[in-house]
Design a protein around this ligand. Structure first.
Ligand code: NI
Length: 137
């Protein structure tokens, strides 16, 4: 059967601060600019979850997008939406919540719930123009 990629878009708002705790506020500002603001700031994150695999000959689906929607809601939106990522999300307790790291954490949280025969790719927009992607390599 042909291999097809299905995509599901999702959204969450979250606050973060990018910094290294061993650096001064000045050094953090030099490296992370406005994202180092000690009082945190928010982003409107746009998430795209992509699954690639063969079409099931019976259902005609690669994966049920309703199931994927519910999985993203329970694993990602409920964990990240309207949260302070540094303070409230355990994965970022000792990990800078950059778009890169949020993308990898999102991948790992979803990967374990999805069939092994499907390839997973995460695309995360931190702003309309800045986005990152991760496919598990
Ligand atoms: Ni930021």
């Amino acid at each position: 059967m042909p291999k097809v990629t299905v995509h599901r878009k999702a959204h969450f708002n979250a606050a973060h601060r990018l910094y290294c705790k061993d650096w001064s506020d000045e050094k953090n500002f030099e490296i992370f600019s406005k994202c180092s603001n000690p009082n945190f700031h928010g982003h409107n994150y746009e998430l795209i979850v992509s699954l690639t695999g063969e079409i099931d000959p019976i259902t005609g689906y690669v994966y049920d997008l309703g199931v994927l929607k519910d999985l993203i809601k329970s694993e990602i939106e409920e964990a990240f939406d309207h949260k302070n990522l540094n303070i409230e999300v355990v994965e970022f307790k000792n990990l800078n919540p950059t778009a890169e790291n949020i993308c990898v954490v999102t991948y790992n949280k979803l990967r374990k719930h999805l069939p092994e025969n499907l390839d997973l790719k995460i695309t995360l927009y931190e702003t309309p123009r800045n986005f990152v992607s991760f496919s598990g390599d």
